[in-house]
Write a protein of this length. Sequence first.
Length: 1303
Amino acid sequence: MVKADSVASNSPVVFHINGEKHSVDAGSKVDARTVLADYIRDVANLKGTKVMCREGGCGACTVTARVIDPATGSEVVKSVNSCLTPVLSCDGWDISTVESLGNKHEGYHVIQNRLVNFHGTQCGYCSPGMIMSAYSLLEAKKEIEMEDVEKNLDGNICRCTGYRPILDAFKSLAKDASSDLKQKCSDIEDCATCPIKQANGNGVCGGKARAVTQNSLKLSSGEEWVTASSLEGALSAAAQCNNNATGYRFVAGNTSTGIYKNEGPFQTFIDINGIPELKKTVVDDNGITIGGGATLTEVINLLQDASKTAGLEYGKKIVSHLERVANVSVRNNGTIAGNLMIKHAHQDFPSDVFVILEAIGATLKIASSKSKLFGIGKKIAVEESKPLSMTEFLATDMKGKLILSVHLSKLDGYHYRSFKITRRYQNAHAYVNAGFLLKVNKTDKTIEERPRIVYGGISSSFIHASEAEACLQGKSLLEEKTLQDVLQALEKEVKPEGGPLEAAPEYRIKLAKTLLYKTILEIVGEKGGDKLRSGATDIIRNTTKAQQVYDTNESETNLYKAVPKYEGAIQVSGEAEYTGDIPIQPNELFGVFVQSTVAVADIKDVDASEALKIPGVFRYITAKDVPGENNNMKFNFWPSKTIEPVFATEKVSYHGQALGLILATTKEVAERAAKVVKVTYENIQKPIVKIDEAIEKAKNEGTLVQNTFGTFSTKPAEDIKVAHTVSGTMRFGSQYHFYMETQTVVCHPREDGIDVHCCTQWIDHTQNTIATVLNIPTNSINMQVRRVGGGFGGKISRNTFVATACSVATWVTGRPCRVILDLETNMTMIGKRLPYRIPYEVGFDENGRIGSLKVDLICDTGYSVNDPDSFVALMHIQNVYKSAGWEVVTSYVPTNTAANTACRAPGSIKAVALLEWIMDSIAYTLKKDPIAVRQANFISTGDPLIFGAPTYERVNLIPEMIENMKTESDYEARLAAVEKFNQENRWKKRGMSVVPVRYPIDYFATNLPASVAIYHMDGYVAVSHAGIEMGQGLNTKASVKVLQTVAHALQVPMDRIKIKPTNNFIGCNAFPSGGSIASEIVCYSVMRACEEIRENLRPILEKLENPSWEKLIADAHAAKVKLTATYTPTAKDDIKGYDVWVLNVTEVEIDALTGEYKIIRTDIYEDVGKSMSPGVDIGQIEGGYMMGQGFWTTEKIIHDEETGKLLTSGTWDYKPPECKDVPEDFRITLLRNTPNPHGVLRSKATGEPSVDSAFAVILAMRNAIAAARADIGVTDWFDMECPVSPEDIAQLCLTAESHLTLQ
Ligand SMILES: Cc1cc2nc3c(=O)[nH]c(=O)nc-3n(C[C@H](O)[C@H](O)[C@H](O)COP(=O)(O)OP(=O)(O)OC[C@H]3O[C@@H](n4cnc5c(N)ncnc54)[C@H](O)[C@@H]3O)c2cc1C
Ligand code: FES
Ligand code: FES
């Protein structure tokens, strides 16, 4: 056994969770890789903590840890990604999970209360993580400021809310909370304190943490876990492993496993977190020496303090950079040495820490063991290396060695600056990072010694720009020639390398130059040109502010008041149950898919023998085990155009396709086994993964398929004389739904068939498909959906992929089975939003009126054509405009990728964007105001429609909304200010845009029944409906609100109403919840069911005088009155469609040198009819907008063109927006006085229209880019391919080396 030293061995690892002691000993099932999240959920059985990415990238798993700092002995409170923390490294920890803060019995913590009352939950899957991040911050800091909140949530992704309500909720607890936030809190009753504090009796949390004890634990897995509390112990343990074939791994924060997941296997794990020497910091006359085991958070705090010391002022700049490394929870645990060791092992890793330290000239010391011979218990001597530069360290063999410390010297007369350019502002690795250190003469700006010019993200070997360094030495930065020479030196030596995930080489070369140029502009200061000075600064993202305007003056009832979400409280406390939280059964099996590793090929052979030998593996199931039809899509909207097999048989059609399912006793065993199933392929072909290539191929082969929706056209208008024609192609990428709850299914065998618990948006489809796949009658399947952790369309038809496989597993084994997709499998196996190419040609007159438009809506369906959304594009293509002389064709092309599917605002997002793009291009051509061009084309009542009804019979609200917006958003003045700003600044540019949206809601289906039942004993009410609550507030709106109205006269107390899970009994034959309409239809069904009961009760009510609710129900029951009712809408129900109107005004700022940007302000005006729940509606609007913004900006899907593999398959490379991406000033106005005569309770749907309006960001960016181009005399119209990243912006600004000047 490996020993850390001559002391304790095989003692259990002991820690506390929510005050309860947990002990893990040698005999337990925990192995070295078991993470805290799984222990919390599966052993401690606390399901409130959620797990999604397992990469430290989403924050769902955040918990609070109190640990003892080994150097100071004091307690540190921090947030932790429990998905990255090995449970064995928790020795001595005191851990709090969301359950400890509050619950329905003991009351809720103030943080939970605030999140509910600020409407900060939708699907609720991110909420426990959000709560624990905020709780950790408050416990660690006690007094917080608003900016702390925005920085603190940098690792927590919420796909539903758009962050604003979450930020507001937590900011309301800040000492500088704005007056409107304080005002909002005045109505909220916070409970006094959290249960933990009460239980402790002293008003404080924690108190159970203790220092680690040295230990060596031999695990039942055969691995060893060594906890070292001294350098000697760690080095001795490492040395004893030197001869082991599988070696050892030092474990610090273990966060690197979020990036490099497959390192090892290792025999021995040496936990070095308890070593005081690695945590020691010294500030002296020479500078600051920081222990290698200091976490990045500790480094930030140390440098923040040290920067007050003369010579260490630069620490502040390092702090700003480090605050953008990873995210708070990763930084709380990830160490400086761990980061440097990642760089050591993977020299292409764009480590910010390395770049900063190398630029500043930091050195490090290494500790190794002097002795050559080791024996159990033998003492060893530790040797300290001489100081090594960072580059020397990279070349050092680190076997058996530890990074002891990092030293930063005091510097006088130096200018230091560093940069990090990323796809997303927070929690994203760098495209390129850079650090510069220049000793500058204060008067003539001469560089007095060789500067340090360091880059990351260029290539694994390129660190210093040596030629540029040599070029600058001794030169004055005031000389234009110096600048030009150094830029040319960079041109010569910067040679970017890397694959498709890296930014383009040209951009990285550009960044290498522009970042140095920015630094030079900063040094030159006022001696440079006035207009150029904007190049010196970064884009600064200020703390966000927001405003929500809606009608509150409602006299009728409470009906239209913003009430907290129905299940908000149980979501923020972790009490809300999701499918994956269903308790594990004793004989349950976990299923993990075996996926294809090629895209197009024949399957020659599958050999699962090695996998089946692994202890705990039960079975490998394939298509041969499918009792019925091997097809997931038989019951889709367009019955099985292409069969999408449960498990591929002879051929594979895309990389990541399901081939089989390994069933094992645990997830970990199943995952390990799935990796060793050997599949041999033949006839492997190069796949087509890009729509352009697919179109080209289809055109060459004459197979570009026009889909069933055909060609649509309208007659030209006689009064429009086409004088100009503009043509182009709009290019749109894909988008991953990024629901926080991945596809999950739990199946239990039952006497009457099978119980299926899953997170589908469409139970009917899932039920029917399972029935055909299992070849059993539909009534043998009992489906239940409690709630869904976000769907966004991705769980409409695609949930079957998991549901069928899992039900086959249960059917053939007779055992309960569970499949929870990990993020990578979810992203690679399941299709996404359909990419589009839309060639167009538009003809218009001198006033900008469109006289002709030819459009081909070509979508990329992926390998099958089951879910094309071009019919929705057709419904929306007209947006708010007339359509004279239009011809619209809908086509699709297949690619060798997963079959694409609906994603929030499917089809419409591109259709609206196309028309808005065209409007701006017309305005540009005619040099007219873009609003005036839009006005010239606005649709009016009676105008022809290109799709659906022959003529438009509703009223266009947009003209009036534009007029109001102009005053309310100070439009003209802001536009003038933007122009002035652009004239005065060469390198920062601003742009504004206005996007109107008409979102037709047509009740294309009505089958969403609901049942209401009143129990006679106490008058309590249960509601069940066929809608799926996935965050859209369906239960809040549709049930509670409706009951509130219908039962108002009867005085039913609201707390007597409970909404039951959706099942396929009440939800028999139900339509999917999607298209924004489920809330309203369910609402309607509940209302009609309530009306029936009210009618039943009327005779009893008339007999009694002011009866209590209980008396009424008791008497009614005694009189045999029916106290239940079910309503199923049918074709007879007169539910009419309507339009939702949205106007989005957005202002952005870009940095023309780097392409970075920020959204300065977004105003969304939306007509929601009479909002039933403003909190829910505003949340839907904000969340929808942010999902749209993500689609247009940060979210890019990239496949490997050779293999077809999805490369952006995790949080490291795929970037949905985070809270610093929210517009700095975010204003939502719900239109007043626009009740909807056709909608349920006069309201309108809100889930999707604002998604389409987010295209305003692209048009505003386009205007800003156009302003940059205009400065170099380029004024022609230019195309943009979406999503638009900083790389695209910088490249479109056309900045050339010759433009980088001082004057
Ligand atoms: C989501 C996410 C985002 C990130 N973003 C960024 C980013 O933007 N920029 C950036 O630069 N980094 C980023 N990182 C990397 C992050 O900074 C590192 O994961 C972290 O610093 C590693 O420290 P650790 O203590 O967790 O190391 P561990 O994971 O514990 O260890 C990493 C390696 O270092 C070895 N090791 C640890 N300590 C020592 C020591 N003292 N001496 C010798 N060997 C040691 C270990 O054996 C292991 O091989 C990100 C990480 C994650 C998970
Ligand atoms: S699950 Fe831990 S950060 Fe995503
Ligand atoms: S509420 Fe945040 S992800 Fe759904």
